[in-house]
Design a protein around this ligand. Structure first.
Ligand code: GRG
Length: 300
Protein backbone atom coordinates (compact mmCIF):
# COMPACT_ATOMS: atom_id res chain seq x y z
CA UNK A 1 0.00 0.00 0.00
CA UNK A 2 1.49 3.34 -0.98
CA UNK A 3 0.83 6.77 0.43
CA UNK A 4 -2.59 8.22 -0.58
CA UNK A 5 -2.45 10.46 -3.69
CA UNK A 6 -3.73 13.54 -1.84
CA UNK A 7 -0.71 13.41 0.51
CA UNK A 8 1.88 12.58 -2.14
CA UNK A 9 2.85 16.15 -2.98
CA UNK A 10 3.24 17.06 0.72
CA UNK A 11 5.37 13.98 1.21
CA UNK A 12 7.51 14.56 -1.89
CA UNK A 13 8.13 18.21 -1.06
CA UNK A 14 8.85 17.51 2.61
CA UNK A 15 11.13 14.55 1.88
CA UNK A 16 13.21 16.37 -0.72
CA UNK A 17 13.54 19.59 1.33
CA UNK A 18 14.50 17.49 4.33
CA UNK A 19 17.25 15.68 2.40
CA UNK A 20 18.55 18.95 0.98
CA UNK A 21 18.61 20.68 4.39
CA UNK A 22 20.29 17.63 5.95
CA UNK A 23 23.00 17.33 3.28
CA UNK A 24 23.75 21.04 3.49
CA UNK A 25 23.85 20.88 7.29
CA UNK A 26 26.20 17.86 7.27
CA UNK A 27 28.49 19.58 4.74
CA UNK A 28 28.71 22.67 6.95
CA UNK A 29 29.85 20.60 9.94
CA UNK A 30 33.12 19.62 8.28
CA UNK A 31 33.01 16.14 9.83
CA UNK A 32 36.58 14.85 9.84
CA UNK A 33 35.81 11.14 10.15
CA UNK A 34 34.18 10.24 6.83
CA UNK A 35 33.23 6.77 8.12
CA UNK A 36 31.11 8.42 10.82
CA UNK A 37 29.59 10.74 8.20
CA UNK A 38 28.72 7.75 6.00
CA UNK A 39 27.09 5.91 8.90
CA UNK A 40 24.90 8.81 9.98
CA UNK A 41 23.92 9.58 6.38
CA UNK A 42 23.01 5.92 5.93
CA UNK A 43 20.83 6.02 9.05
CA UNK A 44 18.95 9.12 7.95
CA UNK A 45 18.83 8.80 4.19
CA UNK A 46 18.46 5.07 3.62
CA UNK A 47 14.69 4.87 3.18
CA UNK A 48 12.03 5.42 5.79
CA UNK A 49 8.45 6.48 5.24
CA UNK A 50 9.02 10.03 6.58
CA UNK A 51 5.72 9.83 8.48
CA UNK A 52 6.86 12.23 11.19
CA UNK A 53 8.04 14.95 8.77
CA UNK A 54 4.79 14.49 6.83
CA UNK A 55 2.79 14.95 10.03
CA UNK A 56 4.76 18.11 10.84
CA UNK A 57 4.03 19.40 7.32
CA UNK A 58 0.30 18.63 7.51
CA UNK A 59 -0.20 20.17 10.95
CA UNK A 60 1.87 23.18 9.87
CA UNK A 61 -0.27 23.57 6.75
CA UNK A 62 -3.45 23.31 8.84
CA UNK A 63 -2.22 26.06 11.15
CA UNK A 64 -0.86 28.22 8.33
CA UNK A 65 2.74 28.01 9.51
CA UNK A 66 5.37 29.16 7.01
CA UNK A 67 6.70 26.04 5.23
CA UNK A 68 10.32 27.20 5.56
CA UNK A 69 10.06 27.14 9.35
CA UNK A 70 8.77 23.57 9.31
CA UNK A 71 11.74 21.94 7.54
CA UNK A 72 14.31 22.21 10.36
CA UNK A 73 11.59 21.15 12.81
CA UNK A 74 10.72 18.08 10.73
CA UNK A 75 14.40 17.26 10.21
CA UNK A 76 15.26 17.54 13.90
CA UNK A 77 12.47 15.08 14.73
CA UNK A 78 13.54 12.70 11.94
CA UNK A 79 17.14 12.79 13.26
CA UNK A 80 15.88 11.69 16.68
CA UNK A 81 13.76 8.98 15.02
CA UNK A 82 16.71 7.72 12.94
CA UNK A 83 19.02 7.65 15.98
CA UNK A 84 16.39 5.73 17.97
CA UNK A 85 16.12 3.08 15.25
CA UNK A 86 19.92 2.69 14.99
CA UNK A 87 20.21 2.21 18.76
CA UNK A 88 17.09 0.04 18.96
CA UNK A 89 18.59 -2.35 16.39
CA UNK A 90 21.86 -2.83 18.34
CA UNK A 91 22.75 -6.25 19.79
CA UNK A 92 22.22 -4.87 23.32
CA UNK A 93 18.65 -3.92 22.42
CA UNK A 94 16.57 -5.67 19.74
CA UNK A 95 19.55 -7.15 17.89
CA UNK A 96 18.06 -6.73 14.43
CA UNK A 97 19.96 -7.33 11.21
CA UNK A 98 17.48 -5.73 8.82
CA UNK A 99 15.91 -2.29 8.83
CA UNK A 100 13.89 -0.95 5.89
CA UNK A 101 14.86 -4.11 4.00
CA UNK A 102 18.58 -3.27 4.29
CA UNK A 103 21.36 -4.21 6.72
CA UNK A 104 21.02 -2.33 10.00
CA UNK A 105 23.57 0.38 10.71
CA UNK A 106 25.68 -1.81 13.05
CA UNK A 107 25.69 -4.70 10.57
CA UNK A 108 26.98 -2.36 7.85
CA UNK A 109 29.36 -0.15 9.86
CA UNK A 110 30.08 -2.09 13.07
CA UNK A 111 28.58 -1.73 16.51
CA UNK A 112 30.79 1.07 17.85
CA UNK A 113 30.25 3.21 14.75
CA UNK A 114 26.48 2.66 14.91
CA UNK A 115 26.44 3.85 18.53
CA UNK A 116 28.38 6.96 17.51
CA UNK A 117 26.16 7.60 14.47
CA UNK A 118 23.10 7.49 16.76
CA UNK A 119 24.80 9.80 19.26
CA UNK A 120 25.72 12.21 16.47
CA UNK A 121 22.19 12.25 15.05
CA UNK A 122 20.82 13.04 18.48
CA UNK A 123 23.08 16.04 19.04
CA UNK A 124 22.56 17.19 15.45
CA UNK A 125 18.79 17.28 16.05
CA UNK A 126 19.21 19.94 18.73
CA UNK A 127 21.86 21.82 16.78
CA UNK A 128 19.47 21.95 13.79
CA UNK A 129 16.69 23.40 15.94
CA UNK A 130 18.96 25.84 17.77
CA UNK A 131 20.54 27.12 14.54
CA UNK A 132 17.34 27.29 12.44
CA UNK A 133 16.82 30.74 10.97
CA UNK A 134 13.22 31.40 11.99
CA UNK A 135 11.23 34.58 11.47
CA UNK A 136 11.47 37.06 14.38
CA UNK A 137 8.17 35.97 15.99
CA UNK A 138 8.94 32.28 15.69
CA UNK A 139 12.50 32.74 16.92
CA UNK A 140 11.07 33.91 20.26
CA UNK A 141 9.78 30.34 20.59
CA UNK A 142 13.05 28.64 19.57
CA UNK A 143 13.97 27.58 23.10
CA UNK A 144 10.44 26.16 23.58
CA UNK A 145 10.88 24.04 20.44
CA UNK A 146 14.17 22.69 21.79
CA UNK A 147 12.68 22.08 25.23
CA UNK A 148 9.65 20.21 23.83
CA UNK A 149 11.80 17.98 21.60
CA UNK A 150 14.28 17.22 24.36
CA UNK A 151 11.45 16.24 26.72
CA UNK A 152 9.80 14.05 24.07
CA UNK A 153 13.07 12.28 23.25
CA UNK A 154 14.42 11.95 26.78
CA UNK A 155 13.88 9.89 29.95
CA UNK A 156 10.29 11.08 30.44
CA UNK A 157 9.57 10.38 26.75
CA UNK A 158 10.98 8.01 24.13
CA UNK A 159 14.05 6.84 26.06
CA UNK A 160 11.87 6.28 29.13
CA UNK A 161 9.49 4.16 27.05
CA UNK A 162 12.36 2.13 25.65
CA UNK A 163 13.69 1.56 29.15
CA UNK A 164 10.29 0.32 30.41
CA UNK A 165 10.08 -1.89 27.31
CA UNK A 166 13.44 -3.50 28.06
CA UNK A 167 12.72 -4.01 31.75
CA UNK A 168 9.31 -5.57 31.04
CA UNK A 169 10.72 -8.20 28.65
CA UNK A 170 9.72 -11.70 29.85
CA UNK A 171 7.23 -10.15 32.30
CA UNK A 172 3.45 -10.09 32.21
CA UNK A 173 2.23 -6.50 31.96
CA UNK A 174 -1.28 -5.03 31.89
CA UNK A 175 -2.93 -3.24 28.97
CA UNK A 176 -2.62 0.04 30.92
CA UNK A 177 1.12 -0.53 31.31
CA UNK A 178 1.49 -1.43 27.64
CA UNK A 179 -0.39 1.73 26.64
CA UNK A 180 1.85 3.82 28.89
CA UNK A 181 5.01 2.19 27.51
CA UNK A 182 4.04 2.94 23.92
CA UNK A 183 2.66 6.39 24.68
CA UNK A 184 6.28 7.13 25.62
CA UNK A 185 8.32 4.94 23.30
CA UNK A 186 6.50 5.62 20.02
CA UNK A 187 3.88 8.19 21.02
CA UNK A 188 6.05 10.96 22.47
CA UNK A 189 7.84 11.61 19.19
CA UNK A 190 4.61 11.54 17.17
CA UNK A 191 3.03 13.94 19.65
CA UNK A 192 5.90 16.38 19.33
CA UNK A 193 5.25 16.41 15.54
CA UNK A 194 2.02 18.19 16.50
CA UNK A 195 3.36 20.21 19.43
CA UNK A 196 6.17 21.90 17.48
CA UNK A 197 3.99 23.28 14.63
CA UNK A 198 1.51 24.43 17.33
CA UNK A 199 4.35 26.39 18.95
CA UNK A 200 5.05 28.04 15.59
CA UNK A 201 1.39 28.92 14.98
CA UNK A 202 0.34 32.47 15.68
CA UNK A 203 -3.38 31.86 16.05
CA UNK A 204 -3.95 28.50 17.69
CA UNK A 205 -5.94 28.48 20.95
CA UNK A 206 -5.03 26.40 24.00
CA UNK A 207 -8.07 24.17 23.55
CA UNK A 208 -7.28 23.55 19.87
CA UNK A 209 -3.75 22.61 20.86
CA UNK A 210 -5.11 20.16 23.47
CA UNK A 211 -7.39 18.54 20.87
CA UNK A 212 -4.51 18.19 18.39
CA UNK A 213 -2.38 16.59 21.09
CA UNK A 214 -5.18 14.14 21.91
CA UNK A 215 -5.37 13.34 18.19
CA UNK A 216 -1.61 12.66 18.24
CA UNK A 217 -1.90 10.38 21.28
CA UNK A 218 -4.49 8.25 19.50
CA UNK A 219 -2.52 7.98 16.27
CA UNK A 220 0.59 7.11 18.30
CA UNK A 221 -1.14 4.14 19.90
CA UNK A 222 -2.91 3.17 16.66
CA UNK A 223 0.45 3.24 14.83
CA UNK A 224 2.03 0.93 17.41
CA UNK A 225 -0.93 -1.48 17.46
CA UNK A 226 -0.77 -1.69 13.66
CA UNK A 227 2.98 -2.36 13.97
CA UNK A 228 2.24 -5.25 16.34
CA UNK A 229 -0.47 -6.58 14.01
CA UNK A 230 1.88 -6.37 11.01
CA UNK A 231 4.53 -8.17 13.03
CA UNK A 232 2.35 -11.29 13.04
CA UNK A 233 0.50 -10.89 9.74
CA UNK A 234 2.92 -9.34 7.21
CA UNK A 235 5.69 -11.21 5.47
CA UNK A 236 9.38 -10.58 6.12
CA UNK A 237 9.93 -8.90 2.76
CA UNK A 238 7.26 -6.29 3.45
CA UNK A 239 8.47 -5.27 6.90
CA UNK A 240 12.20 -5.75 6.53
CA UNK A 241 12.38 -7.58 9.85
CA UNK A 242 11.72 -11.18 10.86
CA UNK A 243 8.06 -12.00 11.29
CA UNK A 244 6.97 -12.19 14.92
CA UNK A 245 10.30 -10.76 16.11
CA UNK A 246 8.78 -9.14 19.19
CA UNK A 247 7.08 -12.37 20.16
CA UNK A 248 10.40 -14.19 19.82
CA UNK A 249 12.00 -11.65 22.16
CA UNK A 250 9.18 -12.39 24.63
CA UNK A 251 7.94 -8.84 24.74
CA UNK A 252 4.34 -8.02 25.47
CA UNK A 253 2.59 -6.66 22.41
CA UNK A 254 -1.00 -5.61 21.83
CA UNK A 255 -1.48 -8.87 19.92
CA UNK A 256 0.11 -11.10 22.58
CA UNK A 257 -1.90 -9.39 25.31
CA UNK A 258 -5.28 -9.04 23.62
CA UNK A 259 -5.24 -11.54 20.75
CA UNK A 260 -5.38 -10.49 17.09
CA UNK A 261 -9.10 -9.70 16.93
CA UNK A 262 -9.19 -7.59 20.11
CA UNK A 263 -5.99 -5.82 19.04
CA UNK A 264 -7.79 -4.86 15.82
CA UNK A 265 -10.72 -3.55 17.91
CA UNK A 266 -8.31 -1.49 20.00
CA UNK A 267 -6.78 -0.14 16.79
CA UNK A 268 -10.25 0.78 15.48
CA UNK A 269 -11.02 2.57 18.76
CA UNK A 270 -7.93 4.78 18.54
CA UNK A 271 -8.53 5.36 14.82
CA UNK A 272 -12.09 6.51 15.55
CA UNK A 273 -11.04 8.75 18.47
CA UNK A 274 -8.27 10.35 16.39
CA UNK A 275 -10.75 11.19 13.61
CA UNK A 276 -13.31 12.47 16.13
CA UNK A 277 -10.70 14.79 17.64
CA UNK A 278 -9.91 16.21 14.20
CA UNK A 279 -13.58 16.68 13.30
CA UNK A 280 -14.18 18.66 16.49
CA UNK A 281 -11.84 21.37 15.17
CA UNK A 282 -13.02 24.31 13.05
CA UNK A 283 -10.37 23.61 10.40
CA UNK A 284 -10.37 21.62 7.17
CA UNK A 285 -8.77 18.45 8.52
CA UNK A 286 -9.32 16.32 5.41
CA UNK A 287 -5.61 15.70 4.76
CA UNK A 288 -4.92 14.85 8.39
CA UNK A 289 -7.85 12.41 8.31
CA UNK A 290 -6.37 10.76 5.21
CA UNK A 291 -3.00 10.61 7.00
CA UNK A 292 -4.68 8.96 10.00
CA UNK A 293 -6.42 6.38 7.78
CA UNK A 294 -3.06 5.61 6.17
CA UNK A 295 -1.27 5.24 9.51
CA UNK A 296 -3.71 2.63 10.74
CA UNK A 297 -4.14 0.67 7.52
CA UNK A 298 -0.49 0.75 6.39
CA UNK A 299 1.00 -2.57 5.36
CA UNK A 300 4.69 -1.58 5.68
C1 GRG B 1 16.82 3.24 21.43
C2 GRG B 1 16.36 5.32 22.75
C3 GRG B 1 15.88 4.27 21.87
C4 GRG B 1 14.60 4.28 21.53
C5 GRG B 1 14.00 3.38 20.57
C6 GRG B 1 11.03 4.12 18.65
C7 GRG B 1 11.92 3.15 19.32
C8 GRG B 1 12.54 3.60 20.57
C9 GRG B 1 12.17 1.96 18.80
C10 GRG B 1 11.57 1.46 17.56
C11 GRG B 1 10.98 0.14 17.79
C12 GRG B 1 9.84 -0.07 16.89
C13 GRG B 1 10.13 -0.82 15.64
C14 GRG B 1 8.64 0.42 17.22
C15 GRG B 1 7.45 0.24 16.38
C16 GRG B 1 6.90 1.51 15.84
C17 GRG B 1 7.94 2.24 15.12
C18 GRG B 1 8.52 3.41 15.81
C19 GRG B 1 8.31 1.84 13.93
C20 GRG B 1 9.32 2.51 13.12
O1 GRG B 1 8.83 3.74 12.66
P1 GRG B 1 8.50 3.95 11.10
O2 GRG B 1 7.64 2.82 10.63
O3 GRG B 1 9.96 3.79 10.50
O4 GRG B 1 7.99 5.32 10.91
P2 GRG B 1 10.52 4.28 9.09
O5 GRG B 1 11.51 3.22 8.72
O6 GRG B 1 9.39 4.36 8.11
O7 GRG B 1 11.18 5.58 9.35
Amino acid sequence: MSIPASLQSNLNATASQLTEYFMHFVEQQGIVDKALQQALEYALLNGGKRMRPLLVSLVGELLDVNKKELIPVALAIECIHAYSLVHDDLPAMDDDELRRGNPTCHVKFGEAMAILAGDALQSMAFQILASAKLNPRASLRQHELILALSKAAGPAGMVGGQSIDLSSTNKQISLAQLNQLHALKTGALLKVCVTLPCLLSENITTSEKTVLQQFAEHIGLAFQIQDDILDVTADTQTLGKPQGSDQQANKSTFVSLLGLENAKQELNKHHYLAIQALRSLAYNTEKLETFTDFMVTRTF
